[in-house]
Write a protein that binds this ligand. Structure first.
Ligand code: SAM
Length: 286
């Protein structure tokens, strides 16, 4: 196994930092932070604390959702002048529900060297101890704050067979869990991971209903940071089953029942006669 050379040409190092337990910073991350000329970070005060813990002093510049585009040029300039830069976020892996994507995209496109310095991410940390299938998972990040948007997002993945992973904050954890019961059903297996790697790390496991009970039981269980994981749908309904009735009704708005039945029969292979009868039943419900 040969190591990646960390000092060949000017590089943007994308450095993962701990999500709670400072001992989770890798040795390589510490060395890279020590060696770079500049650290681009989400919140300078937050990163300053990490650097203090490591006994390091480094120039910092903030890169967040509101100034990321302007920073691209500055960081590109630094790299062009041969200076190494590290990108960190407040916690975990940059770009994972954190700033950095426009920067990394622009720098790679411009031909700059971008290298990952891997470490912790809350998704993988949570999945590794949840006890849900991990062979396939779909990371959905944060759900929308508004209920209508949240329900829409959940409905879009309700048929998914892979394990679903969401990030959630203390402000919306109970509301999101209640919406999950509505969209995914109360019996779907799920796991909520709270305060991973920190003092009050907890896992709530069971059906959606059982987990809601556990998290609702005590106000302390609703504090901190959460990763919500839901088992994939064990019996997904196929798109054609879902859309069948809607499609037929739309056709019936435009075409006479016989023609609509013929078109649908052609599409689905179902009996033209039965479809025609169905159309008549809808027209004259008993
Ligand atoms: N970049 C980070 C990563 O790699 O996981 C994620 C940053 S995102 C802004 C913060 C969210 O990640 C939190 O709201 C929570 O959903 C999840 N998270 C971060 N740290 C966590 C922890 N220690 N325990 C549980 N969830 C955590």
């Amino acid at each position: 196994m040969s190591s990646h050379p960390d000092s060949v040409s000017a590089t943007l190092f994308v450095v993962a930092t701990p999500i709670g337990n400072l001992s989770d910073l890798t040795e390589r991350a510490r060395k890279v932070l020590e060696s770079v000329d500049l650290i681009a970070c989400e919140d300078t005060r937050h990163t300053q604390k990490l650097l203090q813990h490591l006994g390091l002093r480094k120039p910092l510049i903030s890169v967040h959702d509101h100034n990321e585009r302007d920073r691209i040029e500055q960081i590109s300039e630094q790299l062009s002048q041969g200076r190494n830069v590290a990108l960190v976020s407040d916690a975990g892996t940059p770009l994972i529900s954190d700033p950095g994507y426009p920067l990394v995209q622009a720098l790679t496109e411009a031909g700059h060297k971008v290298a990952p310095v891997p470490g912790v991410s809350a998704i993988i940390t949570a999945l590794s101890a949840a006890g849900l299938p991990t062979d396939r998972f779909l990371f959905e990040g944060f759900l929308p704050h508004k209920r209508s948007g949240r329900l829409e997002r959940m409905q879009a993945v309700a048929q998914e067979t892979a394990t679903l992973v969401f990030y959630e904050s203390k402000h919306r954890i109970l509301d999101s869990l209640a919406d999950m019961a509505e969209v995914f059903g109360t019996e779907r297996p799920m796991v909520v991971a709270r305060e991973l790697t920190k003092t009050f790390e907890s896992f709530y496991r069971g059906s959606v209903n059982e987990v809601i009970e556990q998290v609702s039981a005590n106000a302390d269980d609703q504090k901190g940071e959460f990763v919500v994981m839901v088992a994939g749908n064990p019996a997904p309904v196929t798109a054609s089953e879902v859309d069948f009735e809607r499609l037929f009704k739309l056709l019936l708005k435009e075409l006479p029942p016989k023609k609509a039945a013929a078109v649908l029969s052609e599409l689905t292979g179902q009996s033209k006669k039965e479809l025609y009868q169905q159309a008549l039943d809808w027209k004259d419900p008993v």
